[in-house]
Design a protein. Structure first.
Length: 239
């Protein structure tokens, strides 16, 4: 397995690093659900599924769900979210995105919060393309390094690393414009984007999950605030 993929797997094996406060996952679920109102009879692929919340919210309506993650413990968490009546149409695959191959093609691919962790962003985008049916939809969640808040957060994280001599796992950093360009090069048509997440340094440590969720909803409802958010949910269609 690639070194970067292995580092990512180690990082997420402790699922708490990501799942302890799940307000942001709830927001991502809602952003996708707003766009995918007609999930009936769709075949969905969730690449880097984490706890599976984003795709499993459609388990009643979808025809088939395939959830892929490199981290065994994340898949354990995802399996807890399956409702017995729907388990026959849900498969879980432990794989890194580059090694994942499927003969089946999907109507929808969800690729949320994973481009920051993969060995190659270009290969990941090619993989999404190869897994989609013609005209298939793809949801991609990213952090835009060009946003002022992203710069503040990275300075804060760097400061923490230096002070605590804690040279933590490093993510891939990119701008929204770079990602839009890469998807366009790979024959995707841009459909939609929602900017969100105005979580300042220390807020996650200070406030409860519920407060952070309410605050994030407030930010989303006020364009002036959300226009300063660090994150984007993007929708593309395969050409
Ligand atoms: C930030 S979490 C996002 C989880 C979920 N998609 C969400 O938005 O809530 C990133 C997930 O990608 C998985 N992951 C990281 N690198 C991966 C890779 N190379 N291939 C497959 N999954 C990977 C991690 O195990 C983790 O569950």
């Amino acid at each position: 397995m690639d070194k970067k993929a292995l580092a990512s797997k180690r990082h997420f094996e402790n699922t708490r690093v990501y799942l302890d406060k799940d307000f942001d996952i709830q927001i991502r679920c809602e952003l996708i659900a707003e766009q995918l109102k007609f999930a009936q009879e769709l075949e969905l692929l969730d690449l880097g599924c984490g706890n599976g919340a984003l795709s499993l919210q459609f388990q009643a309506q979808a025809k088939k769900l395939t959830l892929v993650d490199i981290t065994e413990n994340m898949l354990v968490e995802a399996k807890k979210n399956v409702i017995k009546d729907h388990q026959h149409k849900i498969s879980f695959i432990q794989s890194d995105i580059d090694s994942f191959n499927s003969e089946d093609k999907f109507d929808v691919v969800i690729c949320s919060g994973i481009l920051a962790h993969v060995p190659s962003v270009n290969s990941a985008i090619q993989k999404i393309h190869s897994c989609l049916k013609p005209n298939g939809l793809c949801f991609v969640q990213i952090t835009d390094s060009d946003q002022f808040l992203s710069k503040i957060n990275s300075i804060y994280n760097y400061f923490l690393d230096v002070v605590f001599k804690n040279f933590r796992y490093k993510k891939n950093i990119f701008t929204l414009q770079e990602i839009l360009g890469k998807f366009e090069e790979q024959q995707f048509q841009f459909k939609d984007k929602t900017q969100y997440s105005l979580v300042l340094p220390l807020m996650k440590s200070i406030f409860s999950n519920q407060t952070l969720y309410r605050y994030s909803k407030y930010v989303l409802a006020h364009r002036f605030l959300s226009n300063h958010g660090s994150d984007f949910m993007l929708t593309f269609r395969k050409k």
